[in-house]
Ligand binder design. Structure first.
Ligand SMILES: [Mg+2]
Length: 120
């Protein structure tokens, strides 16, 4: 069974790029969210196997969304998508239960490696 993944990023081109990498490798993109609040909503609705979560997003950032999702489902698998210079936020994310992180600009190999490590 293909793993179901929810992609959260405020930039449409980023979502498209991640979606492209993952669908080409057999993953199923069940939903997309453009801010943290939508990410929390869609997680509850879709119960994906994995969430790829951007850190910097409007309305609710990725770290707050991560914390809310983990509070509702301790088993949630979330990989953070960070930009250069966000080390402090990456550390906070890992301490808050994120499984891994990938750094922009994304390399397809690194995205796949992180996803495979978490969901197979
Ligand atoms: Mg962003």
């Amino acid at each position: 069974m293909a793993k179901n993944i929810l992609i959260c990023d405020d930039a449409a081109f980023m979502r498209m790029m991640i979606k492209d990498i993952l669908t080409k490798n057999g993953y199923n993109i069940v939903g997309e969210a453009e801010n943290g609040a939508k990410a929390v909503e869609k997680y509850a609705e879709l119960k994906p196997d994995l969430v790829l979560m951007d850190i910097t997003m409007p309305e609710m950032d990725g770290i707050e969304a991560l914390k809310k999702i983990k509070a509702a489902d301790a088993n949630a698998s979330i990989i953070m998508c960070s930009a250069m210079g966000q080390q402090a936020m990456v550390i906070e994310s890992i301490q808050s239960g994120a499984k891994d992180f990938i750094v922009k600009p994304f390399q397809a190999d690194r995205v796949l490696e992180a996803v495979q490590k978490v969901v197979g």
